[in-house]
Design a protein around this ligand. Structure first.
Ligand SMILES: Cc1cc2nc3c(=O)[nH]c(=O)nc-3n(C[C@H](O)[C@H](O)[C@H](O)COP(=O)(O)OP(=O)(O)OC[C@H]3O[C@@H](n4cnc5c(N)ncnc54)[C@H](O)[C@@H]3O)c2cc1C
Length: 376
């Protein structure tokens, strides 16, 4: 009998747990540990902020879903992993002390590094949890006129909610007859080409911005904030009346003791999603050190690959499932009914596939409904 611990109840951890439960016989024990029993469907938080869906649409109780698939659920805060003792230290929660494992899947996502941007908590809105999304939505509803700045900080690696917020805001203000009094600027620490990994995709997005009168300011790496101005390290500034930023991130601190992380705390893995130099540990999702943006669909695919390989390892077979690093997303141009679809193989040299139209917006909502139906 093998004891498998999965750390993290996000896209990566949940999919890995479900896949393992489907692949392994009942004699093996699967336990998922996460700090909260609530699963949050992050891709819907922009819609929540703009009043296009309710709280219940973006959150569900993980415990019930896991138990129905014979996966034990433990609500607890992970402190760190000790790969030598094969134990996970729990800081607090439903259990205390150390949890032993035979095999581990590390899926704790990443943590905020807001200390890198002075004034972030005081002066910026963000969209990283349900309450903050609702708070940003209230500020948007009260906004009458002036300049709105929406952007990513250096190290955020999460452009989609920024683009979607810009489209949603433009649509909202047009509907209220207040678009003329508002200037919307998207700021990015690099370029659209770098964010999307493709010139044609960047041009398509830029066209959509232009059509909606959304300005773009590139190579603007925000380093500090005051109540009405953002400043870069080199002293450039941009003033705002309303600000929403995706903050910088780092890898989870729980991985630090494993000695398997890069300078930013992201975990080194191979294409089988096994942690480098660790026979019994896999890592999936935002916590791994792959290049490019950090996205939910990547975490899902990595969770599937890790679970397939771990099941093979437990049953004495060779782990053969390989992850290929693809970026695939739909930017919901909230309010227009349109969506911009992009697909790019990040490790390959082929150009991205870019499509635009109503179908892609619809497809994004169907994807969420499918996820919801499977897990709630
Ligand atoms: C506003 C927003 C919009 C987005 N839009 C899109 C989109 O349109 N398309 C897309 O593909 N992706 C999108 N993403 C990105 C996507 O949500 C992430 O890539 C995805 O959530 C990563 O999954 P994960 O399982 O690796 O990590 P997470 O979802 O972060 O899950 C980590 C889990 O570990 C738990 N945890 C963390 N630390 C501890 C600890 N110490 N102890 C116990 N538990 C812990 C957390 O509570 C959480 O349950 C968006 C993200 C945001 C914030």
């Amino acid at each position: 009998m093998a004891k498998v611990l999965i750390l993290g109840g996000g896209f990566g951890g949940v999919v890995a747990a479900e896949r393992l439960a489907a692949l392994l016989s009942d004699e093996h024990q699967i336990t998922l540990v996460s700090r909260s029993r609530n699963f949050v469907f992050y891709p819907a938080l922009v819609r929540l902020a703009f009043g296009k869906c309710g709280k219940d649409y973006v959150r569900f109780d993980l415990r019930h879903t896991m138990l129905s698939r014979r996966i034990n659920f433990v609500e607890a805060e992970v402190a760190h992993v000790d790969p030598f003792e094969q134990k996970v230290s729990i800081a607090h929660g439903q259990v205390e002390g150390k949890l032993p494992y035979d095999y581990l899947i590390f899926a704790l996502g990443r943590r905020l590094a807001t200390e890198k941007i002075s004034g972030f908590y005081e002066h910026a809105h963000h969209l990283l949890n349900v309450d903050k999304a609702i708070q940003f939505g209230k500020a948007v509803a009260e906004f009458e006129a002036g300049r709105v700045v929406l952007g990513q900080c250096p190290g955020a690696r999460l452009p989609v909610p920024v683009y979607e917020s810009a489209f949603a805001l433009a649509g909202l203000l047009e509907n209220k007859g207040k678009r003329d009094g508002a200037r919307i600027t998207v700021v990015t620490p690099g370029t659209l080409e770098a964010e999307l990994g493709d010139a044609a995709a960047a041009a398509a997005l830029k066209r959509s911005f232009d059509d909606r009168g959304i300005e773009l300011r590139t190579n603007f790496g925000i380093a500090s904030l005051t109540k009405d101005s953002a400043r870069t390290k080199t002293g450039e500034t941009i003033d705002f009346d309303l600000l929403m930023l995706v903050p910088p991130f780092r890898g989870s601190s729980a991985a630090t003791y494993m000695g398997v992380t890069n300078d930013e705390g992201y975990v080194h893995v191979n294409v089988n999603m096994r942690v480098m130099g660790q026979e019994r540990i896999y890592a999936v999702g935002d916590c791994v050190d792959f290049v490019g943006p950090k996205m939910g669909h990547m975490a899902v695919r990595q969770g599937e690959v890790a679970a397939t390989n771990l099941a093979a390892q437990i049953e004495g077979r060779k782990p053969e499932s390989v992850y290929s690093h693809e970026m695939r997303f739909v930017i919901d141009e909230v309010g227009t009914g349109n969506g911009l679809y992009l697909h790019k193989d990040i490790w390959g040299n082929d150009p991205a596939a870019v499509k635009h139209g109503r179908f892609w917006n619809w497809a994004k909502h169907i994807q969420q409904k499918y996820w919801e139906a499977r897990h709630s």
